[in-house]
Write a new protein. Structure first.
Length: 221
């Protein structure tokens, strides 16, 4: 038996056809995905040794304090994005390169965990014959955020596999982290304008497969 969600997965806002329920559900889901991603990085980096006296800049569970301007714009353009770059002190790690990669990877892993929780609520609400559309959106946005973190461009998680080897104060690292967010937005803005898929055709099937796995039914439509 297949599942037909109320909205397509991945979900991208259409400025020419904005629906109030879809827009509100998407914004709430994006804020939740941002918060979970950032707090996941904070939690793992702390567990691995980057312990700090004042942790209010990390563990406040306030999505608005984690907002990144470019990352938020990317949510509007492409259906995924990223939180404000979390400061992690690799010098406190026993294995700096490895632990830094694990800390950054904790963000998308946390998004997948959030998606699995939301998918459970979708199942329960379906069973109770209730409308699970909000939680369906939470699943889709969190899975999309996690999967698109595989793009190896800063500040996305997969980029840490490359940037972890670049000296922190080097010009190359500073340039990558300055230009990376704009490059990501430009790529997906080009997709929207031209209608030609540059990256999404390769990642969207994975998003749908993982969402189907969590929902427990193959997606149709």
């Amino acid at each position: 038996m297949s599942a037909r969600g109320p909205w397509p997965i991945p979900f991208v806002l259409d400025p020419h056809n904005l629906m109030l329920d879809a827009t509100v559900s998407f914004v709430v889901s994006a804020l939740l995905a941002i918060m979970i991603n950032a707090e996941g990085q904070a939690w793992v980096s702390t567990m691995l040794g980057d312990v700090r006296e004042g942790v209010k800049d990390r563990f406040h569970f306030n999505a608005f304090l984690h907002l990144d301007i470019t990352g938020s714009i990317c949510y509007l353009v492409a259906g995924f994005g990223w939180p404000k770059y979390l400061d992690i002190n690799a010098s406190k790690f026993k294995y700096p390169e490895l632990y830094m990669v694990l800390s950054r990877a904790a963000g998308p892993v946390a998004n997948l965990l959030m998606a699995s929780v939301a998918a459970t609520l979708v199942f329960v609400m379906d069973f109770l014959d209730m409308d699970p559309r909000v939680f369906f959106m939470v699943v889709g946005v969190n899975v999309t955020t996690a999967v698109y973190s595989l793009i190896p461009i800063p500040p996305l998680a997969a980029s840490s596999l490359l940037t972890v080897w670049i000296p922190p104060d080097s010009f190359l690292r500073k340039f990558l982290f300055f230009a990376g967010p704009f490059l990501i937005v430009a790529i997906f803005l080009a997709e929207r304008i031209t209608g030609e898929g540059l990256i999404s055709p390769y990642l969207d099937p994975l998003v749908r497969q993982i969402t189907s796995l969590f929902i427990g039914k193959p997606l149709v439509g």
